[in-house]
Design a protein around this ligand. Structure first.
Ligand SMILES: Cc1cc2nc3c(=O)[nH]c(=O)nc-3n(C[C@H](O)[C@H](O)[C@H](O)COP(=O)(O)O)c2cc1C
Length: 199
């Protein structure tokens, strides 16, 4: 049977070549990201994932923070390469930041000490599910995106600039926009190596 869900999962790829157009209205994007964030599961229904949608000038401000942070640590000779990479993300329509609200996780550790060593990684699992769901939704709307990790280098400056709670931990950054060049070939391991069936 045909499944739109599986089709959307297959469509999602890492897309680095983006422009500043969107196939979705801002309101539609916000509404759907809110719906996804509300619906994606979390350990003990902790709901510690936080999402920041940066559009317009805020998207540019964000990538400028990344660029200026990297300028301080990347050797001058390789900086033009770094700059080109950051510009390719900034060329997109917007950026979605994924955070975890650490007090929610700490509360859970206090409430359920038996599981406390698992909660940090479970919070990351839930954040990954959220990232995947939003990434796949964007793909379904014919929008390209990639997943970046400039945390923790940029965390303080980002929180200061966008007035975000200090307790939020930045987990991932997702620049997105219309696709100007599709993803290349992707190789796959034999699926029998990864999925075993006993029946
Ligand atoms: C947890 C996770 C972390 C990743 N981190 C990065 C990253 O920091 N930078 C990047 O360019 N791609 C990153 N990627 C993208 C992967 O390289 C990419 O998903 C993988 O090569 C498969 O390609 P596809 O996304 O086109 O299917 C990440 C993907 C995952 C799932």
């Amino acid at each position: 049977m045909q499944s739109n869900f599986i089709d959307a999962i297959k469509l999602r790829r890492t897309i680095y070549h983006l422009n500043n157009q969107s196939t979705i209205s801002d309101q539609q994007l916000i509404d759907q990201i809110q719906a996804i964030t509300q619906t994606v599961p979390s350990p003990f229904n902790i709901q510690s994932g936080r999402v920041v949608i940066l559009l317009g000038g805020n998207h540019h401000t964000f990538w400028n923070i990344v660029l200026e942070t990297l300028r301080k640590i990347v050797p001058e000779a390789s900086f033009p390469q770094t700059e080109a990479k950051i510009q390719s993300f900034e060329a997109g329509y917007g950026t979605i930041l994924f955070f975890d609200n650490t007090p929610s996780v700490e509360d859970l550790k206090a409430k359920f000490p038996l599981y406390k060593q698992h909660f940090d990684s479970w919070a990351d699992h839930a954040n990954g599910m959220l990232q995947f769901a939003i990434w796949t939704y964007l793909a379904e709307q014919n929008m390209g995106a990639s997943l970046q990790h400039y945390n923790p280098l940029i965390d303080d400056e980002v929180k200061k600039t966008f007035n975000l709670p200090l307790e939020w931990r930045l987990v991932a950054q997702m620049p997105f926009g219309s696709i100007t060049k599709p993803a290349g070939e992707k190789s796959f391991l034999p699926i029998e190596e990864r999925v075993r069936v006993y029946k």
